[in-house]
Design a protein around this ligand. Sequence first.
Ligand code: 5GP
Length: 308
Amino acid sequence: MERMTPPAVDRVAASRAAVAARRARAAVKHAVATRERNAGDVLDAAWADPAARAEASLRVRELLLSVPSLGPTRVAKTMAELRIADSKRVGGLGLRQRHRLREWLAERENQPAATRPSRLVVLAGPTAVGKGTVSTYIRENHPDVHLSVSATTRAPRPGEVHGVNYFFLRDDEFDRLVAEDEMLEWATVHNAFRYGTPRQPVEEALAAGRSVLLEIDLQGARQVRRAMPEAVLVFLLPPTWDELVRRLIGRGTEGPAEQQRRLATARVELAAQDEFDYRVVNGDVSQAASEVVDLMGSRPSDPSPTLG
Ligand code: 5GP
């Protein structure tokens, strides 16, 4: 009788092989995202070395998405320009497609750092919209982006680390940085503590050709606009007002009176969205983060991809 399914041992072996292959592809993407390898070398390996199965079986779209500063909008545009279908794997590309993709990457990689767009992007938005979650996602998934670490006079919350989440300073230390013009911007937030962006790390990262992300409040965003008009201001929006209320109440870090005060502030903050260059809706964190990363690599004349 004809056997319809392979014996159990074969199926186990096949699923193990599939898991191993997925892991190998993830390792290639990680190496590209952290600049250990560049995407051009991955292509060369896939096409020249029959043992490079992970490289060959990687989808072109995924390879491009792992390139630092390439987000989904630009990848989709590039794939269309290069006439490569979304589902194509590196090893399955035709000769002409290979040539176009290789050329495009070489052109990108050969750009000297100084001429690559390195941008200062400010991410602001109403309380509880999820700015922190989006910027943490960017820190973990886009190591090429320099995420500014702010200084604050508030005390650390459990689990927060000095130099990672914030530089936790005493009042007199904060005063000194302000007096010495070491703050790019600073503000008193929620009528309570002071928060500010140390100037030097931002300037150094920009000079090194890296894009820099500041996650700050509205007052700070306005100061950056004045001090550095070339900065790109991104406003993070909740999908709906009700969702913002749900997020604020759901996180349970504020009591009822403070929640009401913050919601009132959020209404005022939402009214400021027209001052911003771009609006990104934070429905799905990874999607919102990708849109922000896309904006870091786009030219100033690019139209807004996500006007809400
Ligand atoms: P939290 O205390 O919850 O970490 O942050 C409170 C608020 O301070 C958030 O709205 C955040 O955007 C803002 N914030 C954090 N760092 C800075 C900064 O460097 N400058 C300004 N102006 N606001 C900041």
